[in-house]
Write a protein that binds this ligand. Structure first.
Ligand code: PCA
Length: 151
């Protein structure tokens, strides 16, 4: 089992969440909510309004997201779905637990989780607006375009 922190379209309520709860893709167990221990920029960019966490620690916000434990099958599915290692890269990051599922408080807990992020990116992406808690339907108006709706 591996721990994964999702901050974008895979979060609860977001357009790709359905895959996290699809038994055919493997097992993902929701563990609670968290935020990155370090600040990072999350930007939304491109024709399909895709969110990316940029490899620029110290800039932006501590990013809100959901913590899962996943089995090998789900990790493999997520790697393929996120276009790893070309489109997203995957790294271990320290995540502060905000609330453990079913247990309430989290105290000072910090866990290491895999995160899909962007190791290298066009320099102009750094000047885009930063988002702390990604929402495809947010006021930014940059609605995510599902893979199955792209041309
Ligand atoms: N999917 C991954 C990375 C960004 C995205 O949209 C996630 O939700 O964490």
């Amino acid at each position: 089992m591996a721990r994964v922190f999702v901050y974008g379209t895979l979060k609860k309520g977001q357009p790709n969440y359905k895959h996290m709860i699809s038994p055919s893709k493997g097992l993902a167990k929701f563990q609670g909510r968290g935020r990155t221990a370090e600040k990072y920029p999350v930007v939304i960019t491109g024709k399909y309004n895709i969110p990316y966490m940029l490899n620029l620690p110290g800039k932006g916000y501590q990013i809100d997201g959901d913590i899962y434990t996943v089995d090998d099958q789900m990790l493999q599915f997520l790697d393929e779905f996120e276009g790893y290692p070309e489109m997203y890269q995957r790294t271990l990051m320290r995540i502060e637990v905000v609330e453990w599922e079913g247990k309430g408080g989290a105290g000072q807990d910090v866990v290491e989780c895999f995160v899909y992020y962007k190791e290298t990116y066009p320099p102009e992406w750094v000047s885009l607006p930063y988002h702390q808690g990604y929402d495809s339907q947010g006021k930014h108006g940059l609605r995510y375009v599902l893979p199955e709706h792209r041309d």
